[in-house]
Design a protein around this ligand. Structure first.
Ligand SMILES: *Cc1c(COP(=O)(O)O)cnc(C)c1O
Length: 355
C-alpha cells in the first residue's frame, strides 16, 4: 500500500467514461465515441508509414509545418496556432495557462464530459449552466453566470452530446456582454459537420474579439482520433502562454505528418463528411417520423432524451449489434456511422418511442 497522498481533488473528479469498445472481430457497430467510420485514406496511411521511419527522433516540438499550414488556411498569424495531443489536451493547456487556483470556469451542462475534469485538474471551479430543453446552450444564462471570479467560459458548438450549434446573433450578443479579460473558448470539434446557415463564423469572431480562442481537432471529420492531434487558435500572446503550458513534444511526428496529409486530401475527406451529414439527416428524419422529439444535430451524432430509460435502451442496442453511449438518467448519444448501423439502431429506436 503506498502512503503517498493523492491530490484531494482526484477523489471528487468525475470519471471520463469512454464509449464502450467493441472487441476485434465482434459483430457490432461502435456508435459510442463519435468516431469517423471511414478508415484512413491510402495517402494518409502512406504518410503514416513514411513517418514511422523517423520515430527514433523527437518530433518537431511546435509542429511548425502543421501549425503554419493551418494558420495559412485559416488566414491567421503563424504564431496563433498551437497544436496539442488532441484538442482535449489543448483545452487543458488553455486552462492551465490562464486559471489561478479557485478561479471560475463557466460551462454548459450537459456538455462534453471532459470539461469538468479539465477544470478541476486546472485547480479552477466549474460553474455549470443547464442547456435548454432543446439541448441548446443558454448563452444569456451563461453570461449571467460570469462574475468577477470568472476566468474562462466554455462554449461547445455544436454541443456534445446534445447536437445543436449556437447561432451567430446570440453568440455576438453573448460576446458583447462578457468582459474582455474573460477568455471565451469556442470548442468547434465538429465544425466541419455544421450546415445551419445561422451558425457563427468562429474565425470572424476571433478576429473581432481578442478574448476568443477557437479549438479544433483532426479526430472527427478528418478521421485521426487514434493519432491525437488538435489545435487552438489564439492571439499570439495567449498562444505563447498555451504553448508554455503544453506537454513538450506532445504531438508525435506520425500525427503531424498524418494531419498534413489529411489537409492535402481535404477534398476527399470533406466528401466523406457530406455523406455523414446526409446520413445524419436520414437518422433525424426517421426518428422524427417514428414520433421522437430529438434536438437538431449539427454534429456527427444524435441525442435521444430517454431519461430513466437510457440504460435499458443502450443495453437493447448492444444486443441488436450497435453500441451507443448512454448518459444514465439523461439520454443516449448515437454517432453517425455505417448505414447498416443506422438501420439496426433505428429498429431499436422504433420500439422505444416515448408516448
Ligand atoms: C471529440 C471532442 C473534442 C476533441 O477530442 P480530441 O480527440 O482530443 O481532439 C473536443 N471537444 C469536444 C466537444 C469533443 O466532442
Amino acid at each position: 500500500m503506498s502512503r503517498v497522498p493523492l491530490r484531494k481533488a482526484l477523489a471528487d473528479l468525475p470519471a471520463y467514461v469512454p464509449g464502450a469498445r467493441v472487441p476485434v472481430g465482434a459483430a457490432a457497430y461502435k456508435l459510442s465515441s463519435n468516431e469517423n467510420p471511414y478508415p484512413p485514406l491510402p495517402s494518409v496511411v502512406a504518410a503514416i508509414v513514411d513517418a514511422a521511419a523517423d520515430v527514433n527522433r523527437y518530433p518537431d516540438m511546435f509542429a511548425t509545418e502543421l501549425t503554419a499550414t493551418i494558420a495559412e488556411r485559416l488566414g491567421v498569424a503563424h504564431g496563433s496556432v498551437v497544436a496539442g495531443c488532441g484538442s482535449v489536451a489543448v483545452l487543458g493547456h488553455v486552462l492551465t495557462a490562464v486559471c489561478e487556483a479557485g478561479d471560475e470556469v463557466v460551462l454548459p451542462w450537459r456538455s462534453f464530459e471532459a470539461y469538468p475534469i479539465a477544470v478541476d485538474l486546472a485547480h479552477a471551479r466549474g460553474v455549470r449552466v443547464p442547456v435548454t430543453a432543446e439541448g441548446r446552450l443558454d448563452l444569456p444564462a451563461m453570461a449571467d453566470a460570469v462574475t468577477k471570479r470568472t476566468k474562462v467560459v466554455l462554449v461547445c458548438t455544436p454541443n456534445n452530446p446534445t447536437g445543436p450549434a449556437v447561432r451567430d446573433g446570440e453568440l455576438r450578443d453573448f460576446l458583447a456582454r462578457v468582459p474582455n479579460d474573460v477568455l471565451v473558448v469556442l470548442d468547434e470539434a465538429y465544425v466541419e459537420f455544421v450546415r445551419d446557415p445561422q451558425a457563427p463564423d468562429a474565425l470572424a469572431l476571433f478576429a473581432e474579439h481578442p478574448n476568443v480562442v477557437v479549438l479544433r481537432t483532426f479526430s472527427k471529420a478528418y478521421g485521426l482520433a487514434g493519432l491525437r492531434v488538435g489545435y487552438a487558435v489564439a492571439r499570439p500572446r495567449l498562444a505563447a502562454g498555451i504553448r508554455a503550458a503544453s506537454t513538450p513534444f506532445g504531438v508525435s511526428h506520425v500525427a503531424q505528418l498524418a494531419a498534413l496529409a489529411s489537409l492535402r486530401a481535404e477534398g476527399e475527406l470533406l466528401a466523406r463528411v457530406d455523406a455523414l451529414v446526409a446520413e445524419r439527416t436520414r437518422m433525424l428524419d426517421a426518428l422524427r417520423g417514428q414520433g421522437w422529439q430529438v434536438p437538431d444535430s449539427q454534429a456527427n451524432f444524435v441525442w435521444l432524451p430517454l431519461g430513466d430509460r437510457t440504460t435499458a435502451f443502450a443495453e437493447r442496442c448492444t444486443r441488436a449489434g450497435v453500441v451507443v453511449r448512454p448518459f444514465a438518467g439523461d439520454g443516449a448519444r448515437v454517432s453517425v456511422g455505417e448505414k447498416e448501423a443506422t438501420d439496426l439502431f433505428l429498429e431499436v429506436a422504433a420500439e422505444h418511442v416515448p408516448r
